[in-house]
Design a protein around this ligand. Structure first.
Ligand SMILES: NC(=O)c1ccc[n+]([C@@H]2O[C@H](COP(=O)([O-])OP(=O)(O)OC[C@H]3O[C@@H](n4cnc5c(N)ncnc54)[C@H](OP(=O)(O)O)[C@@H]3O)[C@@H](O)[C@H]2O)c1
Length: 277
């Protein structure tokens, strides 16, 4: 299926070059698989060489090691991948990111900076590397992965949440600016997703943050990847892989008082349980 551009042209995924940051694992890797399945030339960016090379081999992708927090490294990686694939970037999926929950009073200053550097600037740097060319050509698709924690302030996410709110704010501005220039702009709001990141994140979650999540099972990365593909095909701005985050994205400010009351109750119970332990 073709993704039709606002200017009437069309983005044929079968001949497109798709770059996925964070493409060596989780949501990024699942999306890379689907893009490759549609015939796109796929390029992956991540830091860890071994895992990146294994993912690239599996997907049949080109790959470059780069830290997305490093503007020069990302710009260089994108330029090299475009040269290697013989085609400029048509689709960017900015999935590289990390989450470190914790109590505000206990988190170190460098964690706040790291979340902004990787989750926000890492997304921005990739966008800055590909958007000028897309604007020149009058077509392209850019999708950034935010989070449910970018829709509502959640206990334990005082470092991660603001970085994902920033990604959302950036993509909202870009939607307004770039859609009239023929680009598709999308932002993804996943709930908990069963990936290595979630496993790592769970090691740091305060009991109160765990209690808010309750017994809701994480969704598979493949489901997020499928939602991203539908978002690209249908040029959707809001990409929500489940009904809960969709409702939050659409009606968040209305639901906020109810959610806060429910979440505060769970936090209270978790604290009482902790006190009695
Ligand atoms: N899993 C969830 O529950 C969940 C929920 C909402 C939103 N998200 C968001 O979804 C995105 C993907 O997360 P995931 O769950 O798929 O995690 P994941 O499986 O841990 O994958 C993260 C990917 O990002 C790469 N990465 C991390 N830091 C990087 C950096 N500084 N520079 C370049 N690449 C970097 C990792 O490779 P290297 O470590 O080798 O660099 C890996 O390829 C993230 O933005 C995350 O915040 C996840």
């Amino acid at each position: 299926m073709k993704a039709t551009t606002a200017s009437g042209g069309s983005l044929e995924l079968g001949s497109a070059h798709a770059i996925v940051t964070g493409g060596s694992s989780g949501i990024g890797l699942a999306t890379a698989r689907l893009l490759a399945g549609r015939g796109a030339k796929v390029s992956l960016i991540a830091r860890g060489k071994e895992r990146l090379e294994a993912a690239a081999k599996e997907v049949g992708a080109a790959a470059r090691v780069a830290d997305v927090a490093d503007r020069a490294a990302v710009t260089r990686a994108v330029a090299e991948l475009e040269q290697e694939q013989g085609r400029p970037c048509d689709v960017l999926v900015a999935s590289a990111g990390l989450a470190r929950p914790g109590h505000f009073l206990e988190l170190q200053d460098d964690v706040f900076r790291q979340m902004i550097d990787v989750d926000y600037f890492g997304t921005l740097h990739a966008l800055r590397a590909v958007v000028p060319g897309m604007v020149e050509r009058g077509q392209g698709s850019v999708v950034a992965v935010s989070s449910a924690a970018g829709l509502i302030g959640i206990y334990g996410y005082s470092a991660y949440g603001p970085a994902k709110f920033a990604v959302r704010g950036l993509m909202e501005s870009l939607r307004a600016e770039l859609t009239p220039r023929g680009l598709h702009v999308g932002v993804v709001f996943p709930p908990d997703v069963d990936t290595p990141q979630l496993a790592e994140e769970n090691r740091w979650k305060p009991p109160e943050t765990r209690a808010i999540g309750g017994t809701i099972a994480p969704i598979p990365a493949e489901r997020v990847a499928e939602a991203i593909m539908v978002g690209i095909d249908r040029r959707r701005f809001l990409i929500c892989p489940d009904i809960g985050t969709w409702a939050l994205a659409r009606f968040g400010s209305v639901l906020m008082p109810l959610l806060n009351r429910a979440f505060d109750r769970r936090v209270r119970k978790a604290r009482e349980a902790d006190d009695n332990a």
